[in-house]
Write a protein that binds this ligand. Structure first.
Ligand code: SIN
Length: 293
């Protein structure tokens, strides 16, 4: 893992941006850099405008937000997601019967794999990758099954000025083929003839916060364009290693009926499958996004 030691204090200094108090929700930050647990909200009912504004703000300031003790029907989960935009349909994963926008997240004793075991940003292989994902876990193992989240703002900001200059204007290929082909065969899902593939900037600017974020991930990014393949492989290996520094991360310990809402434009995540043979299950609603710039 890359070191962030400077010659004079930490090389990465987080500047908090959350001075104004919230009025309709409570905020309990997991770390100064990423993640906050939100209180005072019932996601099963239509939310007043001011509370919705504060949830938007909490997401912008914390990149991933968590809600405990929520009791949502499938329709309520979908309705909450629609507050943030159109819903995205996953190109490969199985969904709840009759609800293509409700992706099934489940691993049990018979599973050959679990969703999201490596660091990734959801479906970054799409031309317009999802803005955010809202995961509702209803069944938890007795221990384990945490999800790790990493701030790609922090990862970008901690790069050296020379590396930032090198990556500025560079694009990368993201491809779903390797991740998706055959992955859901055990659940009876037939493969598509082709899976999404797209080219995105390596550094993207968040449309809401205006902050820059590193936008390459082990799950989908295949190569940097405009440089030789060996150089691309070496630089990507460095960037993945750098992005996975625990300094940029928070770790969410699920309880039954918790919700995590992460912003794929500035966050990568990784799910821990450390609970076999137990079961962890829920549903994910994914909010559509824009073409990264
Ligand atoms: C995913 O959406 O990548 C799965 C995350 C999780 O199960 O914690």
């Amino acid at each position: 893992m890359s070191s962030l030691r400077g010659n004079n204090g930490p090389r990465y200094r987080h500047v908090p941006n959350d001075a104004t108090p919230y009025e309709t929700i409570t905020i309990d930050k997991l770390t100064p850099i990423i993640g906050a647990e939100i209180g005072g909200v019932d996601l099963s009912v239509p939310l007043p405008n001011h509370q919705m504004d504060e949830i938007h703000r909490a997401l912008a300031e914390n990149s991933v937000i968590f809600f405990r003790d929520q009791h949502l029907t499938q329709d309520q989960h979908l309705s909450f997601g629609r507050n943030f935009g159109n819903l995205h349909i996953h190109p490969a994963a199985p969904h709840a019967p009759g609800h293509p926008e409700l992706m099934i997240i489940r691993a049990d004793k018979d599973s050959p794999r679990a969703n999201g075991e490596g660091w990734h940003s959801d479906v970054s292989c799409d031309t317009e990758p999802p803005m955010g994902s809202i995961l509702y876990i209803q069944q938890c193992p007795p221990r384990g099954g945490d999800t790790l989240f990493a701030s790609m703002y922090a990862a970008y900001e901690a790069l050296s000025d020379r590396m930032k200059a090198y990556l500025t204007g560079m694009t990368a290929v993201h491809d779903g083929e390797e991740s998706y082909r055959g992955t859901y065969a055990n659940l009876g899902v037939a493969d598509k003839p082709v899976y999404p593939r797209a080219e995105h900037p390596v550094i993207r600017t968040h449309p809401v916060t205006g902050r820059k974020a590193l936008y390459v991930n082990r799950g989908f990014t295949k190569r940097l364009l405009g440089v030789p393949r060996d150089e691309s492989a070496a630089i990507l290996a460095y960037l993945y290693d750098h992005a996975e520094n625990p300094l940029f991360q928070c770790r969410f310990r699920w309880q039954e009926n918790s919700v995590a809402f992460w912003d794929n434009r500035c966050v990568q995540h990784r799910a821990m499958w450390d609970y076999w043979p137990h079961t962890r299950s829920g549903f994910r609603v994914t909010v559509a996004g824009d073409k990264p710039v």
